[in-house]
Design a protein around this ligand. Sequence first.
Ligand SMILES: [Zn+2]
Length: 292
Amino acid sequence: MTTDYRIRATAADGLLRMVAVNTTVTAREAQRVHEAWPLAAAAMGRLLSVAAILAGDLKSHSSRITVEVDGNGPLGRVVAEGQGSQRLRARVQHPHVELPLRNDGKLDVGQAVGTDGTFRIIRESSPGEWYQSQVALTSGEIGDDFLHYLVQSEQIPSAVSVGVLISAEGLVMASAGVMVQALPGCPASVVEDVAARFQALDQISRQVAEGANLESLIRQVVPEPIHWAAPETLTWACWCNRTSVTEALKALPTHDLEELIGDGGAEVTCHFCRQRYHFSAKELAALGGDHG
Ligand SMILES: [Zn+2]
């Protein structure tokens, strides 16, 4: 596949709501930009899938969603963001982390993220208008933590799977996510059926790597008939620019700004896309005007 996308659908007379995302290209781009080793690439990919699932609800081009895990593990803080429903970006504090594989042969993302901290979601409907909610991390595996968030914080019966398949060479081969939510009034028997199907679901990242599309993943977890919405393209993009970096520099304390001027200028690197912005001493001095 060449393009990442999201598909939304409903079943059980509209009482089951499904979202599935393929974030393979985006997760590969995150790995490339951050020169991430497998654990960091897997954590960012899983988080990108969560952000991609939630970004489907964003209404306007400027609205944003931020998903952040900070579990005091060796990866440090891992963040994925969506803007205007289709643009995604991610960052990781420490991209070069290596740990022994788990007993089942999988990457130990839970250990790398850690569990001493929070899973947080910040929704910004328009610039400056935002709210956040968070839950304590339970496993650091991200999928489990997202599920815990949905049940705990939003009180919606849900099932979630997010996964990233890494090749023997350490590169992202596939990244995907699927979520099902039961709306109020959904019969218990339907909810139990979905839960059992999820239990039996084969590793979704492996299925996607082998060519399965998102529609087939959804068909495996909910009963027919299914009503499909049109697929939506997802892309890696960063929305940093010189204006926003300038604003951040303006907010620095006067003595910090003076120190940068004394150094002869400053280079600011975007944490998401690694784009560098250079400011000469003269440009920095002009910013200082606000401080009087
Ligand atoms: Zn950037």
